[in-house]
Write a protein of this length. Structure first.
Lengths: 294, 274
């Protein structure tokens, strides 16, 4: 079956027209009035002059609908992808950020849920480092952790199905030489505030304003997030357990165990070995690993 | 093809729990293709459960048929796989563009209506229909602007594209009403231009009127009385068509949506929809 070839003249004409219409859509909304208003003065005049209207001066009314619709659809999608961050900041402040991010990173892919790719990194590097006011009620690190949890949640929810790894008799004989690959439906996140609990209670906070950040936890927590048939499960990990899974994801099991033993010289070796045996068994039973290879 | 009196519902995430518990009396579901094209497991698993009980048709928003850019072959590969997976009786998308110059705008955008664009659109639509190997139905937009460079009416353009491409109509009655109010044309003149033998499906949905009188196609309300009236007229002009209700925002509990869908049956029977 041959590929499609279309008339050059029509595609050239469409290209010009769609370039101007794109400028209308992507014209940033004006925040100065305290509402997000379309700023029709910035639309390309050539396109505005093509709009049919019987009401003088109303040519841009319809274009403004498209301009606002463009941004609000993207705001809504980004809020859905980043529920914790958007509620901690409040929608007004979040949408202002979203407009800047999407202004720099125009959506390119057909799946709407992918528009937030890179948002977490952008937030951490480009915005939080420079512009979060020192007097802000929300510590920068809390927002970064919240963004990471949101991003991770979405990524594992949308991960493809993968088979679970189960040890074969051959594997048992060479266990220490195996390198484990975590399933795409697993991630380990950190939180210094009870952000996962807050995320599960967001529906208790109606409205669009900023919600309060709960008090800090006594110590940094590590949680495994694992998608199952019932949804996304959360499992609180001991710090060394989280460290073990991180090491197992990047080294052979033998190397991971040796490194952990070195790092945990304060513990009696028997206790560490018992813990490691229990943690590795738990990870296999819960389906943390998609495969293990020499 | 679906039965000409079939009543279907646009499948949305808030419906899943109700559907899996009650398996409601709906003739078929329509899915948004883009929500199921990727490798994500949960949407695919849910779709497989639904498909085991109901026919499923595909409705796309991302083919970008009237863009200056080439049709995305990778998208078509994914669409073929999805259509095969659910054995879709047909698939549909919009007579519009949704991205340009490497960007995806995630909106259904208008163009001037011109004869040279009929040829351009028909060629691309015929190609997509051949490539997917199933009937391809094209939906009319609701719009908020018209262009002085148009040399045809929307219904002349739409019908010419369907005819010359050998494709089908996915006729949205609410969109006809919305555009007729926004641009001041007679919606019945639009309907009279339609070859109803080539209508695969009709969409109905709610809309919202702004303070300045402009109507926006929001899909967040029950179907307006004026749209039901137009639907009844379309039904009378045709030999019947599958009818699908879309509700995309402020989605009420599913029984409310099902009751709204059932109004289509009453309207067709000449009853009021109170």
């Amino acid at each position: 079956m041959g590929r499609l070839v279309s008339s050059d003249e029509t595609t050239t004409w469409l290209s010009h027209f769609q370039n101007e219409f794109t400028q209308v859509l992507r014209t940033p909304l004006d925040l100065s009035s305290g509402t997000m208003r379309a700023d029709a003065k910035k639309y390309p005049r050539k396109l505005s002059q093509q709009i049919m209207t019987e009401i003088p001066g109303a040519a841009n009314r319809g274009l403004s609908v498209y301009n606002r619709q463009y941004w609000f659809r993207l705001f809504g999608a980004l809020q859905s992808e980043f529920p914790l961050v958007s509620r901690l900041l409040g929608y007004w402040r979040f949408n202002g950020l979203a407009m800047r991010f999407l202004g720099e990173h125009p959506p390119q892919e057909v799946e709407l849920h992918r528009i937030g790719r890179g948002f977490c990194a952008w937030l951490a590097k480009e915005w939080l480092a420079r512009e979060l006011p020192a007097k802000s009620a929300i510590p920068k690190i809390a927002l970064i952790q919240a963004a990471h949890i949101d991003e991770t949640w979405s990524r594992i929810f949308l991960a493809p199905e993968q088979p679970r790894w189960h040890p074969s008799p051959d594997d048992a004989a060479q266990l220490l030489h195996l390198k484990f690959t975590p399933t795409a439906a697993l991630a380990i996140v950190e939180q210094q505030w009870p952000l996962l609990a807050l995320r599960s209670q967001l529906s208790n906070y109606p409205g669009e304003g900023a919600i309060p950040l709960p008090s800090s936890l006594a110590q940094l927590e590590h949680w495994a997030l694992l998608r199952t048939d019932e949804g996304i499960g959360e499992l609180l990990l001991a710090p060394r357990q989280a460290r073990l899974y991180h090491l197992m994801s990047n080294h052979t099991l033998g190397e991971a165990l040796a490194t952990l033993e070195q790092e945990c010289s304060d513990l009696p070796p028997e206790q560490l070995q018992r813990d490691i045996a229990s943690w590795t068994q738990q990870s296999v039973e819960l389906g943390f690993w998609a495969k293990a290879n020499i | 093809m679906l039965p000409r009196d079939a009543l279907g519902l646009g499948l949305r995430i808030p419906y899943y729990d109700y559907v899996f518990e009650h398996w409601p009396d709906v003739d078929y579901f329509e899915i948004i293709s883009e929500n199921f094209l990727g490798p994500a497991a949960p949407p695919r698993q849910k779709l497989a459960r639904i498909r085991a009980r109901y026919p499923v048709v595909l409705h796309g928003v991302g083919l970008n048929l009237l863009s200056h850019e080439a049709i995305d072959e990778r998208y078509l590969d994914d669409l073929c796989r999805l259509a095969d997976a659910v054995d879709a009786p047909f698939f549909s998308d919009h007579l519009c563009w949704s991205g340009a110059h490497g960007m995806n705008h995630h909106d259904l955008l208008p163009t001037p209506f011109r004869p040279e664009l009929v040829e351009f659109a028909a060629e691309r639509i015929a190609y997509v229909q051949r490539r997917v190997g199933r009937p391809f139905a094209i939906e009319n937009l609701s719009s908020y602007v018209t262009f002085q460079t148009s040399t045809m009416s929307e219904w002349e353009f739409y019908s010419a594209v369907v005819r010359e491409s050998g494709s089908w109509y996915m006729l949205d009655i609410n969109n006809i009403y919305v555009s007729s109010q926004n641009h001041g044309f007679d919606p019945l003149e639009y309907l009279r231009a339609i070859d109803f033998a080539r209508v695969q499906q009709v969409h109905i949905a709610g809309h919202e009127r702004q303070a300045d009188g402009l109507i926006i196609d929001t899909h967040n309300h029950p179907v307006a009385d004026a749209v039901w009236q137009l639907y009844r007229q379309a039904w009378a002009m045709s030999g019947g068509f599958p009818t699908l209700m879309e509700w995309d925002d402020r989605i009420p509990p599913m029984p409310v949506v099902l009751a709204e869908l059932d109004k289509a049956r009453k309207v067709r029977d000449g009853q009021t929809c109170e």
